[in-house]
Design a protein. Structure first.
Length: 373
């Protein structure tokens, strides 16, 4: 008897030493074949029930449908959204895509109310949300298409927002028949798109009317130097109000470039010319004007009123700025509603546009013009 055999007899059969250690094996995702086996039906039947499809040749009894759904729930089965999307079926997913970065952001961020409205309405309509960032171009901007592929197609449709909108991407999405709604008015070559915007023209007229009613006959207008649809709407409202009231504008129009402060010398020039009110296209510019005027010893609003053509962030140092409130939350909610109509419509629908009113805000930065002594 050899030493190896003696050792084996001494220790007993190998199976008596206990089973070898078993590694943790991750549980695989339930499949439709598992549902079919447990429910006692074909996989084709499971596919019809799970994907909510209707067949002219196969009739699924209500009892069978219930049994399939109960088994699916017991297994924790969740349809693969990518597979459903590739198969051309809705998966109750809507995307949110921004043309510029939104994070990090705090509670008072410009985009926050839009997202609140989008999320609340998506939940109300039974949709889940998916945030897209997509590709970043060499110039730092974002592009929807990466290597020629529209990654937004993972969702049934998408809400798009952002100031730096890529119109070529919008036109391509439209021509592909992809469902989307844009927050903000944009002119896109080749046809219309569905969008939700605010009535900046009417709101601007209301602010100008307010300043005129306070006795201001020389109003300096700090307009946006870079053209865009929102700035064009504000300009249209200003000139409509000016045409009604007839106040002078020569020497009182000052274009301000994006991300630039108004030059102090220009503010001095406007005051010397007799301006008793300053109207700015952006609240951040208006707040900078207030700082400049204060530094020059000019009382706001006693000596000079200041107003803006939007609303300041809640955390701004001048929260009581005269201007108007953009209905951001309502715009986000309406954008989702319009998107759901596109997704759920059995037929193609024409592009729609919705314009929501802004609420006028008579803040603490405007007051009756002092009479010259």
């Amino acid at each position: 008897m050899g030493p190896r055999l003696r050792d084996r007899l001494r220790t007993g059969p190998s199976q008596n030493r206990g089973p070898p250690p078993v590694k943790d094996v991750p549980r695989r995702r339930p499949r439709q074949s598992d549902i079919a086996r447990l429910a006692g039906v074909s996989q084709a039947t499971v596919s019809i029930v799970i994907n909510e499809r209707h067949s002219d040749t196969v009739r699924i009894p209500p009892e069978t449908r219930r049994r399939v759904l109960e088994v699916a729930r017991s297994l924790g089965y969740v349809p693969d959204p990518v597979a459903r999307s590739l198969a051309g079926r809705a998966n109750r997913l809507i995307g949110v895509y921004t043309f510029e970065s939104m994070f990090p952001m705090d509670h008072h961020d410009f985009y926050h109310p839009f997202l609140v409205g989008i999320e609340a309405t998506a939940e109300e309509l039974g949709y889940d949300m998916l945030m897209f960032t997509s590709a970043t171009r060499s110039d730092g901007g974002r592009a929807i298409y990466r290597d020629g592929v529209n990654r937004l197609r993972l969702a049934d449709g998408c809400v798009l927002l952002g100031k730096e909108t890529d119109r070529a991407d919008l036109a391509r999405l439209r021509d592909e028949g992809f469902c989307f709604t844009l927050i903000g008015r944009r002119d896109v070559p080749g046809g219309g798109i569905t969008y939700v915007t605010a009535d900046y023209a009417a709101a601007t007229e209301r602010v100008v009317d307010h300043l005129v009613a306070l006795g201001h006959e020389r109003i300096a207008y700090l307009t946006a130097a870079e053209p865009s649809e929102p700035s064009a709407d504000r300009d249209a409202g200003f000139w409509a109000a000016q045409a009604r009231h007839g106040f002078p504008t020569d020497g009182f129009i000052l274009p301000i470039h994006k991300d630039s402060d108004p030059p102090v010398e220009d503010i001095k020039r406007l005051l010397t010319a007799g301006a008793t009110a300053v109207l700015s296209h952006e609240s951040v510019v208006a707040m900078r004007v207030i700082d400049i005027l204060t530094g020059l010893g000019v009382d706001v609003p006693g000596d000079c009123s200041v107003a803006a053509l939007n609303d300041p962030p809640d955390a701004a140092p001048h929260p009581e700025l005269t201007g108007f409130v953009i209905p951001r939350r309502e715009m986000g909610a309406r954008a989702v509603q319009l998107l759901a109509q596109q997704i759920e419509s059995p037929l193609d629908i024409d592009p729609q546009s919705v314009t929501l009113p802004c609420a006028f805000l008579a803040g603490a930065t405007s007051a009756q013009r002092r009479k010259e002594s």
